[in-house]
Design a protein around this ligand. Structure first.
Ligand code: ADP
Ligand code: MG
Length: 495
């Protein structure tokens, strides 16, 4: 086994890196006139523009959107390798000591995204552009999927969850949901999730009885939406700006259910499951399986879904899951940066009866939509010299699932942009299999690539950018062989 080298992986290739680093259609900062002809021909290829056939516009879906957020440097005197050129373009500067081509020249590369958010971007600005439309969709019965992607320390969790005083996308989504459905919420237990990924409706009397019954039980106690937020996270969910969806159907009632899972080493764990964790004799957590419901949606069988009535309550549930995740990871000696976490918000809506007093007791009239917020595992490669033997397999699986995600996103984008119908290999990992329907083209998919501009991250950032340029510029079939080569190399380097 080859030992780890600090040189970028593509510098060790026997053929010109530009073959792999095919460029987006933005001019490069520096053209190298001494490059061999083969590279020129690769570069000369323009990205295929979507061919829109007459009358087929409606079939073309809103393609997957990839955004980039650059976090501030931790220390102002750190060397920086990333520059935001404009609202869609990012430039990578080669740090000292990295020479990329045979002439020893530095390579300056530009990449484009749907939008690049610079270091001064506030949580609110990001939310307004990326997540607000997803919540709006959710309220109108459509599904959405949002990922944060990047190496450890690049700001994935900051972006998704936030930090004290600076709530991220998750609390902001919750806030917008509850602001929008505020007075149209169903009473607790009117909607009941069943074990087949659908919902039942109880009449108000039965719901009331269930509320009373549960209040009589000591544990778990009936959650209360009125309770004050836990001071631990109170200033994370205290979103100042009021945000609300337009045109909320006022003739319906709404219910919100949340679930929270972790995917580690391609196993799924329910973070909300009510089992006591015994630190002295820890029981291994039971993994869950994926199942397909009668509408061909995938779901985690037996996964806890908690009905929540306010942002405070929903975030409390999330926080509980987070704590559990931390404790379990510590005791089982896992690295939390190597797991994916998925927080899903399910919105149930059912029309009111003709009088507008009660929920129509017809199961068929229920609309269910879901927004999944995914904080992905760190996209860094495993450092072989450091990785312990028993961790190698884990690392392999995690990278494999990110790899599968990458491939799925590419094919999805191609299908959506060109109206093609290529098979998306979502079955290759639990993470992507869970989101099968998105890869079949239903619902919006958004990804925020988090970048730490520090020079030490150059290599990893570049790898990410290569990855994303593939998604962004929807590789045509002619270029597919490059992709295959890239995958092989990537796997080889990953081990
Ligand atoms: P990741 O989840 O990708 O490993 P984190 O979100 O935990 O990274 O970020 C690492 C550190 O950097 C945290 O202390 C976080 O608060 C800080 N940070 C990340 N992004 C930003 C940002 N945009 N603005 C300010 N601080 C940030
Ligand atoms: Mg994190």
């Amino acid at each position: 086994i080859e030992s780890w080298s600090p040189r970028p992986w593509f510098a060790r290739l026997s053929f010109p890196p530009a073959l792999l680093l095919s460029e987006p259609d933005v001019p490069r900062a520096r053209q190298d006139s001494t490059e061999p002809a083969v590279m020129k021909s690769a570069k000369a290829k323009t990205v295929r523009k979507p061919v829109i056939k007459k009358g087929s516009q409606t079939n073309l879906k809103d393609p997957v959107g990839v955004y980039c957020r650059v976090r501030p440097l931790s220390f102002p005197d750190q060397e920086c390798c990333v520059e935001v050129i404009n609202s869609i373009t990012l430039q990578l500067h080669t740090p000292e000591g990295y020479r990329l081509n045979r002439n020893g020249d530095y390579k300056e590369t530009q990449y484009s995204f749907k939008r690049v958010f610079g270091t001064h971007t506030t949580q609110k600005e990001l939310f307004d552009v990326v997540a607000n439309p997803l919540v709006d969709d959710l309220i109108h019965g459509k599904n959405g999927l949002l990922f944060t992607y990047g190496v450890t320390g690049s700001g994935k969790t900051y972006t998704m969850t936030g930090s004290p005083g600076s709530g991220g996308l998750l609390p902001r989504c919750l806030n917008m949901i509850f602001n929008s459905i505020g007075s149209f919420q169903a009473k607790r237990y009117v909607f009941k999730s069943n074990d087949r990924n659908s919902m039942e409706i109880q009449c108000e009397v039965d719901a009331l009885l269930e509320r009373q019954k549960r209040e009589a039980l000591p544990i778990p106690k009936t959650p209360s939406s009125k309770r004050q937020a836990d001071p631990e996270f109170a200033d994370m969910i205290n979103v100042q700006e009021f945000c609300k969806a337009e045109e909320v159907d006022e003739d319906s009632v709404y219910g919100v259910f949340v679930s929270y899972i972790e995917i580690y080493n391609n196993y799924i764990y329910d973070l909300l499951e009510e089992v006591q964790f015994d630190p002295i004799k820890p029981k291994l957590p039971q993994s869950k399986t994926l199942r397909e419901d009668k509408n061909h949606n995938m779901y985690v069988a037996g996964c806890t879904e908690v009905e929540v009535k306010s942002t405070e309550e929903a975030f409390e549930v999330f926080w509980r899951g987070q704590k559990k995740r931390r404790i379990a990871n510590t005791h089982l000696n896992r690295e939390s940066s190597r797991s994916h976490s998925v927080f899903s918000i399910k919105l149930v809506q059912a029309p009111l009866d003709a009088d507008g007093d009660n929920v129509l007791q017809e199961k068929e009239q229920i609309t269910i939509s879901q927004l999944s917020l995914v904080d992905l595992a760190g996209s860094e490669r495993t450092n072989r010299t450091k990785a312990e033997r028993n961790r190698l397999r884990e690392a392999g699986n995690i990278n494999q699932s990110l790899m599968t995600l990458r491939t799925c996103m590419e094919v999805l984008r191609e299908n959506q942009t060109y109206g093609t119908n290529k098979m998306v290999p979502y079955r290759d990992s639990k993470l992507t299999h869970l989101f099968k329907n998105y890869f079949d083209g239903e619902g919006k998919v958004r990804m925020i690539v988090c970048v730490n501009p520090k020079a030490e991250d150059y290599e990893e950032s570049l790898v990410i950018d290569v990855y994303l340029s593939y998604i962004q510029f929807g590789f045509s079939r002619e270029n597919n062989y490059l992709d295959v080569a890239f995958c092989k190399l990537y796997r080889f380097i990953q081990g």
